[in-house]
Design a protein around this ligand. Structure first.
Ligand code: ADP
Ligand code: ADP
Length: 225
């Protein structure tokens, strides 16, 4: 669990400013969705929180601690990507265990942790399979499993559902929300899909051109669009 605070956060690429001083305070356990058209700066913002992109100005605090200069691995947060980022040559168990490759747990502790995560995600029967023998939804769950296995303080989702067909997308929305209810892990979810934002968010942050246009619960934004 973690709070995430963005304080006048800026990103420039050369002369071009793509994030213009964003202020945002995310509560412990909150599920926040950043939504807006392609190119408005959602992914860049998420990647700055993860530490995958240097910031050009302002401050990011996780649990009150400034993380501007911390490596991604020292931020205790996990990213889930659109293209799964799972390895075809590894089994489901090895893919999930890969999330622990830096951890100091013993082999048997790792194995136990992988089993716990697999059970939570309904993957227990599939541990020895390779990704080619999984459905799209199962692959997506493996990617989430790899992020979950480290028990991160927060999840960052970068359009994780946009490659899935409509039916699976709806199913995975529900699964991710159910998981969030169960774990209560602070989550920041990026999408360009308004329906996804409306159905998943505790709070929606609408972005345009590198700025925050509106912030509110789905109901608040629905009532005054
Ligand atoms: P979104 O996630 O909302 O689609 P991005 O955060 O990916 O938007 O991109 C925001 C803006 O930053 C876009 O105009 C994009 O072209 C630009 N941008 C992203 N990455 C780079 C980069 N490495 N170099 C230059 N411009 C970039
Ligand atoms: P080893 O580390 O014994 O060479 P593998 O390369 O098969 O094992 O797997 C790497 C890691 O994946 C293991 O250390 C363990 O954490 C996890 N793992 C592999 N198979 C399973 C399984 N069936 N159940 C749970 N975890 C597993």
């Amino acid at each position: 669990m973690a709070t995430i605070e963005l304080d006048r956060l800026v990103k420039r690429y050369g002369q071009t400013t793509v994030v213009h001083g964003i202020d945002l305070s995310i509560q412990d356990g909150e599920f926040v969705v950043l939504v807006g058209p392609s190119g408005c700066g959602k992914s860049t913002t998420l990647r700055m929180i993860a530490g995958l992109e240097e910031i050009s100005g302002g401050e990011i605090r996780i649990d009150g601690r400034v993380v501007n200069d911390l490596q991604p691995k020292d931020r205790n947060i996990a990213m889930v990507f659109q293209n799964y980022a799972i390895y075809p040559h590894m089994t489901v168990a090895e893919n999930i265990a890969f999330g622990l490759y830096r951890s100091k747990l013993s082999k048997s502790e790792k194995r136990q942790r992988v089993e716990e995560v697999a059970a939570t995600l309904g993957l227990s029967q599939l541990l020895e399979r390779r990704p080619s023998a999984l459905s799209g939804g199962q692959r997506q769950r493996v990617a989430i499993g790899r992020a979950m296995v480290r028990d991160p303080a927060a999840f960052l989702f970068d359009e994780p559902l946009s490659n899935l067909d409509a039916q699976l997308r709806t199913q995975m929305r529900i699964e991710i929300k159910r998981l969030h209810h169960r774990l209560g892990t602070t989550s920041v979810f990026v999408t360009h899909d308004q329906v996804e934002a409306m159905t998943m968010a505790d709070r929606i942050v609408v972005m345009r051109d590198g700025r925050i246009l509106q912030i509110g619960t789905p109901l608040e934004l629905y009532e005054k669009p």
